[in-house]
Design a protein around this ligand. Structure first.
Ligand code: ARG
Length: 467
């Protein structure tokens, strides 16, 4: 700093007053976070401008010094944005890199910026602002993914496909209904994101090192200036917790899990054996040796990114679990986990939105598959309950015998002659054939949230109104 008497080469110019010598090279390497926390430059500068403005408003620093500080900080912002800023590892982190540059630009007034604050509340602020913006971005991206699914669901409200349990053909459903299952999942993910934004919407600045400050600061003023609902209420908690970051990672892990299941389905559906969907050229790759291949790499990578996100969540939980209150340097390791997970999540949502919008759905293949595997057996049992007044357990047994017979004849249930069915149960009439088609099966499932096209359309309307 301009009026600093310490030798910046030997000890740290920010906190080196009581240090006779500078750090060992390894100390510098393990200590420095500038390599990754430079990502927080915009938040750091915004926070400092709000803090300096408040300090001047409260008469803690002069208006002239505040003006110099704000002007200097804006200069630094454009320097960094235009790539004309030299980050120094000696200066450890983004906070001290900015402050040191401010001193070069405006002289001694720069030394007044750090009045009534600490890097502990400063980093808590910068990181919260960053996570809040990332959550807002995630909310928008999820809205885009939901919109893509709503369009496909509308297009395929009547397209029949096999529904699976244990990945064995279970009952016919519509592809629209299957798409809407993902709308529900990503809708809940988005609700979790909105909750998380509410939870973290408190301003940390002014908690200072851990105990608050004796200066007459106005934390409500800085909270408002930085777009927070209110200031945090406990200075120790403020500088010591990172639950907002862990909450982001938890949400990312849950959304990642949903994205990964979708990815897995796309991998299965796009095999020649299934042939339910064909991925666009834009979202698949070829093989360098096998010319016939079209690989679902994007889906596979979404599946893999989820593993990374889970790793980040576990890492940060583990970093935090043993720390006594308040701040410990361990917490510096929070950022890379969150940055990496955020990048993975953004990519995964974007890739999935593209794949869902672009993929071609083979409705003929889906319909053929829907009818195989005796998928309408439950409809036969339900018919016996309804039309022949059998208890469901008996109807289940009768239907089982019909399935066994069809299996031994190598045909579908609907292909068994009436005489065969009547030999199994005398009450069966030719009306039963009406419920054995896949279309009749799905159309009959009109219970709330069921797969009937009429129900699927209701759920699409519900979500369209909320998206
Ligand atoms: N770079 C540090 C971090 O990310 C900033 C806070 C440092 N505070 C301290 N007391 N050393 O956590």
């Amino acid at each position: 700093m301009a009026d600093d008497t310490t030798d910046t080469k030997s000890s740290n110019q920010m906190w080196g007053g009581r240090f006779a010598s500078g750090p060992d090279a390894i100390m510098e390497e393990i200590n420095a976070s500038i390599g990754f926390d430079k990502k927080l430059f915009a938040q750091d500068i915004r926070g400092s401008i709000a803090h300096a403005t408040m300090l001047a408003h409260q008469g803690i620093i002069s208006a002239e010094d505040k003006d110099k500080i704000v002007h200097g900080l804006n200069t630094i912002l454009s320097e960094i944005e235009s790539g004309n800023f030299e980050f120094s590892r000696q200066l450890e982190d983004i906070h001290m890199n900015v402050e040191a540059r401010l001193a070069t630009l405006i002289g001694p007034a720069a030394g007044r910026l750090h009045t009534a604050r600490s890097r502990n509340d400063q980093v808590a602020l910068d990181f919260r602002l960053w996570v809040k913006e990332e959550l807002q971005k995630t909310e928008q991206m999820l809205t885009g993914l939901i919109a893509a699914f709503l369009d496909r669901a509308e297009e395929h409200a009547e397209s029949v496909m096999p529904g699976f349990t244990h990945l064995q053909t279970a009952q016919p459903v519509t592809f629209g209904h299957h798409c809407m299952a993902y709308v529900e999942m990503f809708g809940r993910d988005r609700a979790r994101v909105r909750h998380a934004i509410e939870h973290l919407d408190e301003s940390p600045i002014g908690a200072a090192a851990l105990a608050g400050t004796g200066y007459p600061i106005d934390r409500h003023m800085t909270a408002k200036a930085l777009g927070f609902r209110e200031p945090t209420r406990n200075s120790i908690d403020t500088v010591s917790d990172r639950d907002f970051a862990i909450e982001f990672l938890s949400i990312a892990a849950i959304a990642g899990m949903h994205l990964s299941r979708l990815a897995e389905e796309i991998v299965i559906w796009s095999t020649p054996q299934f042939g339910f969907v064909r991925l666009s050229d834009a979202f698949s790759t070829g093989s360098s040796i096998m010319p016939q291949k079209k690989n679902p790499d994007a889906a596979e990578l979404v599946r893999a990114k989820t593993g990374r996100i889970n790793g980040s969540l576990v890492a940060l939980l583990t970093i935090m679990k043993g720390l006594p209150l308040a701040y410990s340097k361990d917490m510096q390791e929070d950022k890379e986990q969150v940055f990496d997970a955020a990048e993975s999540l953004e990519l995964a949502i974007a890739a999935m939105t593209g794949m869902v919008r672009d993929m071609t759905v083979n409705t003929a293949r889906m319909k053929a598959a829907a009818g195989s595997g005796y998928s309408t057996a439950t409809d036969l049992a339900d018919w016996l309950v309804r039309e022949a007044a059998l208890p469901f357990r008996d109807a289940h047994h009768v239907t089982g015998r019909a399935v066994a017979l069809a299996e031994s004849k190598g045909c579908d249930l609907a292909e068994l002659p009436l005489s065969d069915l009547q030999a199994i149960h005398a009450a069966i009439t030719d009306k039963v054939y009406d419920v054995l088609t896949v279309e009749a099966s799905v159309a009959s499932r009109k219970s709330f949230g069921g797969t009937a096209p009429s129900e699927v359309r209701k759920q699409i309307a519900f979500w369209r109104a909320r998206n």
